[in-house]
Design a protein around this ligand. Sequence first.
Ligand SMILES: [Zn+2]
Length: 639
Amino acid sequence: MKEKSDSYIVLARKWRPQTFEDVVGQETAKRQLQNALKEGRIANAYLFAGPRGVGKTSIARILAKALNCADGITPNPCNKCAQCVSITQGNSMDVTEIDGASYTGIDDIRDLQEGINRAPFSARKKVYIIDEVHMLSRPAFNALLKTLEEPPPFVVFIFATTELEKIPETIKSRCQMFLFERITAKDIHDRLSLILSREKGVKVSPEEKEAILEAIASSAEGGLRDAEVTLDQLISLSGGQIKFEYVSQLLGLVELDLLIGTVNDLARRDIRSLLERISQLVNKGRDLERFVKTMLAFLRDLMILKAGAELESTAYSAERFKEINNLLDGIALPFLLNAMNTFFLLEERIKTVPQARFLIEFAFIKLCAIQTDVDIETILSRIKKMDKGIPAPAPRQDYNQPAAYYDASPLPLQKAHAADLFNGNANNQPSPKTVQWSIEQIEALQDQTQLINRLIELILQKKPILAATLERAAFRMDNNNLLTISVPEQVLVDIIVKGDTLKLMEQMFSKLSGKPGRIKIELQPPESSPSDLISKPAEPAAGDSPSAANQNNAEKENCEYPSTEDTDYLPTPSDDADELAPIHHFDESQYKRLFKDTNYPKKKILELLSQNPDIKSAVDVIKKTLGAKLTHYDDMKIT
Ligand SMILES: [Zn+2]
């Protein structure tokens, strides 16, 4: 690694432009400076503002030579005289380069003040090049301002900054300002091509050359220095034989680190780290719109993998794949869906506003603030703990937990306070206030839709943990005041019927409907969507969806969850379902995942399933009998 970093510094220096003509891009700045030099108009202070790596310090050094060349003040310094050579080599007594970020001590400032007033040692002008001038400490800035008010005639300041908005107006108004632009991909491409042709001992196959240069040029996003550094790393990595595979390796590494890190921060709700990342992107002059697009593509990959499918083509190495899988372990699908949704909106809006940075910061904070702990795995482990008599931790208190997302906007879920998270109070959040009201206070509602919405609202106030479950549920009321709640997965049935939840729900429901009511929890019939069912006056439960009618009766019987009339109800198979017990735990989505690769009749598969004591042995038999490819079997959780 050491060797690499040394060699790229060498290359970047080696190809540093020595004349205005040599500098890639920045035509306006170059022309204006050269014209002024030709006419002998010299300012006391220049301010170069623009993204990093686009030529600000290169032009500053050339300007220093132009002011001090033995040929006189000239737009074309000779690069041969003692002044030019010493400036190029960085050992001129009269040209001082200062890094604003590290120039903060009291001594530094005193030295600067004293030095400024001393006449030049041998040059015509004493030149101070202050890079990243916005990073100077306040005392340093004040000292600078004083000298700028009455500068000695032999001093010229050249300030460079990537963050113009951080430069006080008092400084700006005393400087001649030049705005530096990003360099076009074509210009970068041409420059790299020139460097390659001059670098002896570096080979690149003519077929791949264009693709390689284009990839580097577009990834540099307007920063020539970054592109040169990449080219140099590439030369080291490939041992002088550049191949395209090294390019994708090199460019992919940096990018993927950023993407994985960002998603990880979002899942951990680490707002501090997220804001730091944005700040770094801005400092590096990264194109934020492109960042949003890349994030979107990455989230899509994660979503597909999380859903249990495979990527059509993958650019990830085996090692990276492992990292991505680790990342996926800590996040839930709803979180990814919401993140994608946010980034879609971001992609749309970022084109229309000048403050891309604020928009991304806002989106990140919002994503962190509205996540909630409703990941199914977490809930399951809580239920298991409850079974063992260990009190489950209250949801929504631990903001460091990886969390799933639930968009509770129409529902009165307590939202985390973004400002508190921002101020680092995330860990000592007060526990969400329990909403104080009693069942007696609930008023009856006539309209069914209103009634059900109100019921959901009330349930979530008492049991916010049910948010994700109810979000995926369908509700149906019949004339006998029976409310059927269908949920798509067995585990969600289990969650609702555990503990006092169902009883509480029935009490609320009875109050809301103004008469005694009952609630039945069932597994959603396959291929029916919640929107078909909400508030629809009910027919007898299982016949609702047309597809359900086509199904094997045995399956239908077993997908239907027993009603909860028995107060001591627990989710165990009923007596007459005994012989078909295995299918109980086998819902439609699992079925599809398991048998997506086989076109063997569903009826036959279910029959085989029912003849076996549990799914695992059933699946083994099916594998043997049908030779079915059960690709997703191993990662399935079978209860
Ligand atoms: Zn010269």
